[in-house]
Design a protein around this ligand. Sequence first.
Ligand code: NCD
Length: 318
Amino acid sequence: MNSIQLDRHGRLKHFLGIEGLSRTLLLEILDTASSFLSVDAQSVKKVPLLRGKTIVNLFFEPSTRTRTTFELAAKRLSADVLNFNISTSSTSKGETLIDMLRNLEAMHCDMFVVRHEAGGAALFMAQHVAPHISIINAGDGRHEHPTQAMLDMYTIRHYKGDFAPLKVAIVGDLLHSRVARSNIYALTTLGVNEVRVVGPKTLIPTGIEELGIKVFHRLKTGLADVDVIIMLRLQRERMENALIPSAHEYFQYYGLTEETLKIAHPDAIVMHPGPINRGVEIDSCVADGPRSVILPQVTNGIAVRMAVMAMTLGVVTI
Ligand code: NCD
């Protein structure tokens, strides 16, 4: 993937996945995002870096948070933005992805932000698109969701400082989660002390420990002494068979409550990519409680997406 997503100087050309990216590059994204966070807080929330550029959001799956934060990020960089919600657009009339790309290219667009139910969709587009266009993966099937991982890393660094001493637990439906995969690559590359995944056997992919992480099937052991908890949504829309007995039973075993949160380190932060299912994977008291950083994650997402857009279009190098 890197042969496509990096240019010959090793700079980001597309942003397709975290797998294989260097620690230096991940830190560069975080530092660039840091410089944009202040833009986000100004009363005039714009910088002219991408003035005259056109960015197209191509969302083949529903999304609110991710699509809106990409749109805001583009607008805060002064780009023009088009939004396509493709279930209501022309691929449902039988147009192929390539035809759609060619048409958008003919309109002189500069970047496509793509979310697709098929793993590899963003890579496919990067392989076929005109050379001046950048592709950003906004989530492809169960494969990767790299900007989510970077906003998660940004949030962890903001609250915890150094990555090296941290123990991080990712809890829940690992099997269907592109967020978890990207986070595992990012956390191991950034050199955290320990990455754990916690969930029922039916929701943990076999062989996942080969990514250099530890697998736990009980919250009690999995959360012991961790500094960061990343909760995942039960992605029932992706489950072909009943992989859990019921949402109620799942909550009893894997739900994060004030009680189960006590197993973690007393300063542990609680994260979730959203959308959250209250009472399924997380109790409202925890989601809205003092250790939750779920809303700061959303805010940080804008700065991180600004950074990735500016870096792939080559307008910032720090
Ligand atoms: C995630 C996704 O779409 O992969 N959400 C997101 O991008 N904010 C996770 C999920 O849908 O549970």
